[in-house]
Design a binder for this molecule. Structure first.
Ligand code: PLP
Length: 424
């Protein structure tokens, strides 16, 4: 065990997740690569944890933050007018597609979801919420309540009355062999049945990830969210799209993931990549929902000047360089390449994803761990996960080049071939 790991273990929680049998310390980064304490270089196919959305050491972000630092104001109070905050909110409100949108900034995805749940339960005067099976929404009481992933749920004390809906669990016996259309129909039948029998008629909201992140990049079939939205609209139940992983063009085909499903949500939440490493999260909600509570509130650090400088520069970079189109282009190279490889490698159970958000499902968690070690050796960082611990999740920076996509694909396929040979 390295000296730093021993010190980490002594003072940090035992449950704090670390990648790799010998965890690495990242000491520098440039472009889409990072360097560890031993000087080894890696192509970062997880973008930190989807945080380094436009790569490392980006001059535009560095200079924006330095300009703010040069004013002498790292932070005073978010109770004063902050130009960067207003400018960022204007851009996000416009991009969200939510009518009459207003934005509240937080420091994390967890706080963003907590805020959205507070707004929804206030608006509907109800503690009843729908969430999706296999979901992950964060670490606070409310966010954990709407999470359906045993590994992240430590207790059953919930401030909300939550009912979990079907949508990404087609492996269950009752859904096996169904076409997309029949599966959607079965899910909607179930929702209507739950509404008629299991909840009172004032459910506040459905919170859903357009592609489930921690769940292993699992995807609901086309048509499901639109069909759910139709039923929810009949009863005034709000739709909250958790875009913490799927926002800002990552899926290639839409700027926010839920737009791939033709759904305009009532609220969306964001975090992770927007500050390119600086902590920024937030909620976008229809004005009537955002303005409804009469409590006075602010977040001490949510919307702080440094995060706003980084986030404005990052978002401008994404738009100026049309990184959504780049995610579509480079993501297709990798996803198509992985699907081809899967045809000859039985160890690969599924390849799924959209744009620069893709996953490979293996037969066992042990194989997923092997994959992590093999790709680390070859100089590529990925993320292990999924509900059953047997998925490899990858989400490179949206600045990934075609050459890097091809290089990364080569490393991944070689690792899969090794694991396939071991399993044979
Ligand atoms: N929502 C989703 C979809 C996430 O993936 C995460 C984190 O992984 C969160 C919420 C929580 O965000 P944070 O870790 O910034 O609190």
């Amino acid at each position: 065990m390295s000296e730093l790991l021993a010190r980490h273990r002594a003072v940090m929680p035992a449950w704090l997740a670390l990648n790799y049998t010998e965890p690495i310390e990242i000491v520098s980064g440039k472009g889409n690569r990072v360097i560890d304490g031993d000087g080894k270089s890696y192509l970062d196919f997880f973008a930190g944890i989807l945080t380094n959305m436009i790569g490392y050491d980006v001059p535009e972000v560095r200079e924006a933050v330095e300009r703010q630092l040069a004013t002498g104001v790292v932070h005073t109070s978010t109770a004063y007018l902050l130009r960067g905050q207003v400018e960022l909110a204007e851009k996000i409100a416009r991009l969200s597609g939510i009518p009459d949108a207003k934005v509240f900034f937080t420091n994390s995805g967890t706080e963003a979801n907590e805020t959205a749940l507070l707004l929804a339960t206030y608006a509907r005067k109800s503690d009843q919420v729908f969430a999706m099976r296999q979901s992950y929404h964060g670490r606070s009481f409310g966010a954990i309540s709407v999470t359906a992933n045993r590994a992240w749920k430590n207790n059953s004390l919930s401030p909300l009355n939550v009912h979990f809906l079907h949508g990404t669990d087609r492996h269950l016996t009752q859904f096996k062999g169904l076409s997309d259309a029949d599966y959607v129909k079965a899910c909607v039948d179930d929702l209507r049945h739950v509404l008629a029998t299991s909840v009172s008629n004032d459910v506040a909201a459905l919170i859903a990830e357009p592609i489930q992140g921690v769940g292993g990049f699992t995807m609901a079939p086309d048509g499901l969210f639109a069909a759910y939205k139709e039923v929810l609209d009949e009863q005034g139940i709000l739709f909250i799209s958790d875009e913490v992983q799927t926002g800002w063009g990552r899926t290639g085909s839409a700027f926010f993931g839920i737009r791939n499903h033709g759904v305009t949500p009532d609220m969306l939440t964001f975090a992770k990549g927007l500050g390119n490493g600086f902590a920024v999260g937030g909620v976008v909600a229809r004005g009537d929902l955002m303005d409804a509570p009469h409590a006075v509130g602010l977040s001490t650090f949510g919307g702080n000047p440094i995060s706003m400088a980084a986030a404005n520069a990052t978002l401008d970079f994404v738009l100026d360089h049309d990184l959504q189109a780049n995610a579509a282009r480079t993501g297709a190279i990798i996803i198509n390449g992985l699907k081809e490889a899967a045809e000859r490698l039985p160890v690969v159970k599924e390849v799924r994803g959209k744009g620069l958000m893709f996953a490979v499902e293996l037969e066992s968690p042990a194989q997923a761990s092997r994959f992590m070690e093999e790709t680390k050796k070859a100089g590529l960082l990925a993320g292990k996960g999924g509900l059953y611990g047997n998925a490899i999740r990858m989400a490179p920076p949206l600045t990934l080049t075609v050459d890097e996509a091809v290089e990364g694909l080569g490393i991944i396929v070689t690792a899969l071939e090794t694991i396939n040979a071991e399993a044979a």
